[in-house]
Design a protein around this ligand. Structure first.
Ligand code: GDP
Length: 329
């Protein structure tokens, strides 16, 4: 299942829609004045119906995959109920606007030719002010949808390998090394940073690999609410985690800091492969400390260099094994 918002067409926001209609009206002509004014209102009605179509094609929130449901809530910054209320307001507004326009069209049909233009302007005014009254809701849902559409590359149904670890440990380097195609940069609503998404195949099963900058790289107590929700969302992905330690001289984090992060991640996903990265320029003291900590906690680990392709084939094999096990369950 791909992003259910990706193909959704967004109508213009309220002021833009009114501007479109205003710009078009003078160009609409008819055989008679009445005919012209009726055509103008029919045009407005067609535009208003864009909101109705939009709401009708909006994904059914209760049927959304938990990953997208949560992403929607986080992006909205408000509850799912708020979104549902707004959608139903847009639906109602559009139906009411259409019925006002239909009423005026009938009135123009029955009225004197001299009144037609006045009635058309009245209808235009009433419908425009109705839309403006609901502008907050309509514009908000449109903005929300545009943001959701940007979440292109995540497929929550696809097995996912999540590369985690402190900043600068080599996460994005590893994404590019273990996935065949050049990783795409995806927008993720949980973080201002970019996420790399790569893909590779295991026995014809497509697997996506993502890194997690700004999400899984700092201790829980420092995380804000949005990041905590992001972790929840990641729990909703069909995922295994590759946790990287940086054991090089350039490491920005102490073994304890890196280990504390690992411990937190293990709390919400036990399917973790641990790899000590940058083995090509290892700091002996750091290496000994990290490996001792892991052994004391009965945690197995691999040794790799993402940049220099050391241990990458073995890591891919391990990922393959875990993905196949995960699919079997
Ligand atoms: P991220 O912040 O965890 O995504 O880390 P990056 O992938 O951006 O890598 C951070 C830095 O570490 C970059 O300068 C990489 O070139 C470097 N790096 C990544 N993997 C290795 C490695 O295996 N060996 C060495 N020596 N440097 C690496």
């Amino acid at each position: 299942m791909l992003n259910p918002f990706e193909k959704l067409n967004c109508p213009p926001k309220v002021e833009d829609l009114i501007k479109i209609v205003l710009g078009r009206l003078p160009k609409i002509s008819g055989n008679t004045i009445k005919d012209r004014e009726i055509r103008r209102l029919i045009y407005y009605d067609e535009q208003v119906k864009r909101y109705l179509n939009f709401v009708n094609s909006f994904p059914r929130i209760d049927n959304l995959h938990p990953f997208y449901k949560e992403a929607l809530e986080i992006t909205a910054g408000k509850s799912i109920d708020n979104i549902k209320i707004c959608l139903s307001i847009i639906n109602k507004t559009s139906l009411t606007a259409s019925s006002i326009l239909k009423r005026y069209i009938n009135e123009i049909r029955k009225s004197d030719e001299t009144l037609a233009n006045k009635l058309m302007r009245q209808a235009f005014g009433r419908v425009s002010s109705l839309l403006r009254k609901r502008k907050d809701c309509i514009d908000w849902i449109i903005d929300l949808t545009k943001n959701m559409k940007k979440m292109k590359s995540m497929d929550p149904e696809m097995p996912t390998v999540i590369i985690a670890g402190s900043p600068n440990v080599g996460k994005s380097t590893l994404v590019s090394k273990i996935s065949s195609a050049k990783p795409e940069i995806a927008n993720y609503p949980f973080t201002t940073k970019e996420i790399h998404v790569g893909h590779f195949d295991i026995n014809e099963i497509k697997v996506q690999v993502i890194d997690t900058p700004g999400i899984l790289d700092r201790p829980m107590k420092e995380r804000n609410q949005i990041e905590r929700k992001a972790i929840n969302a990641i729990k909703n992905l069909n995922g295994i985690i590759v946790f990287l330690f940086d054991i090089s001289q350039q490491s920005l984090y102490s073994p304890k800091e890196q280990f504390d992060l690992l411990r937190e991640i293990l709390e919400f996903n036990k399917n973790v492969i641990i790899a000590l990265n940058k083995i090509d320029s290892k700091d002996e003291k750091l290496y000994v400390e990290v490996s001792k900590m892991l052994r004391e906690n009965s945690l197995n680990f691999m040794e790799i260099s993402a940049e220099n392709n050391i241990g990458i084939d073995e890591l891919k094999e391990e990922i393959k094994k875990r993905v196949l096990e995960m699919i079997k369950q």
